[in-house]
Design a binder for this molecule. Structure first.
Ligand code: ZN
Length: 291
């Protein structure tokens, strides 16, 4: 089961949130039929969006468009630990020549922005930062430092099996609190240089607390909240699509009705299809006229 654990470490001088997201990213992979670079890009962004939403205690929408072949990455996460998302092109797969590792940077591109949107009391707040490497983790690290002015380090990773299914996925965010000493920062920086990749830790069965322990060291942290469940969830339903169809012009609806065929609508986020029959289209047209 995917989950997130929150901790303070180094005598309350830093904050660490760590999570596993293997099941959630598997769900995304299956729903969208993702190939490895698309899986890794979407999986890392889903994980980072969840970490951001839970940190901010707000529902968050993240959009990334770096001009690469994957096109847009769009993810939404709630502060309660659910997330959904999609990429413009699910069928992208590139590898680094030297290591054979999945190349995310090329698929995402670096010519664009990371955009984080929150809605607080019906008001939309948007903050953006330029993409750094298109590897997602660096881009979020830079976002937190520049837009939120909180020195942070984000680690994200997704491992993909030969058959494109997801082997492991997870992530963490470390944030330096205002009272943090220089020694702690130096110590952390050194640790991060030799830290195992987070996807490797998840593959080896690490829990979120194990990841925190690996970063902070034994007996150097206190848990604030443990094993908060994380889940893929899409809130779409047929009523949403009925409403969108009702927004169409009467002439367009009439044209669809005259064609005499069912209409298929698809949710971008989860790929669920909703079918509207000609009779349902007629009902929609009628209800539109009555308003
Ligand atoms: Zn949906």
């Amino acid at each position: 089961m995917d989950s997130l654990t929150k901790a303070l470490a180094y005598n309350k001088q830093i904050r660490i949130y760590a999570c596993t997201t293997t099941e959630l990213v598997s769900e995304a992979q299956k729903r969208h039929g993702l190939w490895p670079s698309s899986s890794a890009a979407l999986g890392r962004t889903l994980t980072a969006t969840l970490l951001t939403a839970i940190l901010k205690e707000e529902n968050v929408t993240v959009k990334i468009n770096g001009g690469g072949p994957i096109k847009d990455i769009v993810c939404e996460a709630t502060k309660y630990g659910t997330a959904r998302g999609y990429v413009g092109d699910p069928y992208q797969f590139y590898q680094y020549n030297d290591s054979g590792k999945i190349n995310v940077s090329y698929a995402v591109g670096t010519d664009g922005l990371l955009e984080v949107k929150t809605i607080i009391n019906n008001e939309v707040f948007t903050s953006t930062s330029p993409l750094q490497t298109g590897e997602i983790a660096d881009d979020f690290t830079y976002y937190f430092a520049s837009s939120e002015q909180i020195p942070s380090s984000v680690g994200l990773g997704v491992l993909v099996n030969e058959d494109n299914s997801i082997l492991a996925s997870g992530g963490f965010i470390i944030q330096v609190l205002p009272n943090c000493s220089e020694e702690v920062i130096t110590d952390l920086e050194n640790k991060l240089k030799t830290l195992k990749e987070v996807s490797t830790m998840v593959k080896e069965g690490y829990t979120p607390e194990d990841i925190i322990k690996e970063i902070a060291g034994e007996n150097n942290y206190e848990i604030l909240d443990t094993n908060m469940p994380l889940k893929w969830y899409c809130r779409c339903n047929k009523d949403n699509f009925t409403r969108s169809l009702r927004m169409l012009k009467e002439t367009d609806l009439n044209e669809m009705i005259d064609e005499g065929k069912d209409i298929e609508t698809v949710c971008n986020f989860c790929n669920t299809k909703y079918i509207f029959t000609v009779d349902e289209l007629k009902d929609i047209l009628r209800s539109k006229k009555n308003n």
